[in-house]
Design a binder for this molecule. Sequence first.
Ligand code: COA
Length: 218
Amino acid sequence: MEFRIRKYELKDRESVRWICCETGFMGEPVENYFIGRESFAEMWSGYWTDYEPESCLVAEAGGRVVGYLLGCLDTNKQARIFQKEIQPKLFRMALKEGDFRRWKNWRYFYRVFRSARRGEFKEPRETVNAEYPAHLHTNIAPPEYRGKGMGKALMQGYLAYLRERQIPGVHLVTTSRNRAALGLYYRTGFQDLFRGPLTCYDHITPEPIEKIGMGLKL
Ligand SMILES: CC(C)(COP(=O)(O)OP(=O)(O)OC[C@H]1O[C@@H](n2cnc3c(N)ncnc32)[C@H](O)[C@@H]1OP(=O)(O)O)[C@@H](O)C(=O)NCCC(=O)NCCS
């Protein structure tokens, strides 16, 4: 399959947001557990496309954008901007779009709250962000474009970008259910940094899911 990797441009924003939602449940559409595409896309692509577009790449095939890698050089900076600017916007967006009026969403919010109480979101953030300051999110949709080398090409482009800027390390967070992603990350040289159970999707799939944090020194 012919494809082209290039820098993200403003005109790609809607495609990126669509891919983000199409892959929001570990490669399947977000509607498996959450109704509200605007807020979901804002949460998982808003920072990267709007505050750090220069660190993002897209993959084009058949005349359209079908994949992306959203990068970030400094995770501490991203966390600050997320908290200060994106979180309040997300809340207003979810209110406006009626996300809080959806029964399905409350089933999920309850589980997120329960996972938080169980300590499932605890991560060794300080050390990870110090040793592996960059991070990434990568997704491809529709599914027929997967398994054809696009993910690897996006990753190679991003790692070259990080090396040019002498970034010491990059990390990411995925799950045991993102099998193709694990294949890509291990093949690229990423190693596990932390692992733990993630139970907030147990109403959707009976499969026990593990959250996996991975890192690569550059
Ligand atoms: C994860 C994803 C971006 C990978 O991109 P891709 O184009 O499918 O992957 P590639 O074809 O470039 O394959 C890269 C490597 O991963 C491995 N791989 C690909 N698909 C795999 C699969 N289904 N199972 C195991 N390994 C797989 C390949 O062995 C390949 O390495 P190799 O070429 O050295 O043999 C893509 O599959 C995807 O969007 N999946 C759904 C969403 C997702 O899980 N995103 C990640 C969120 S953390």
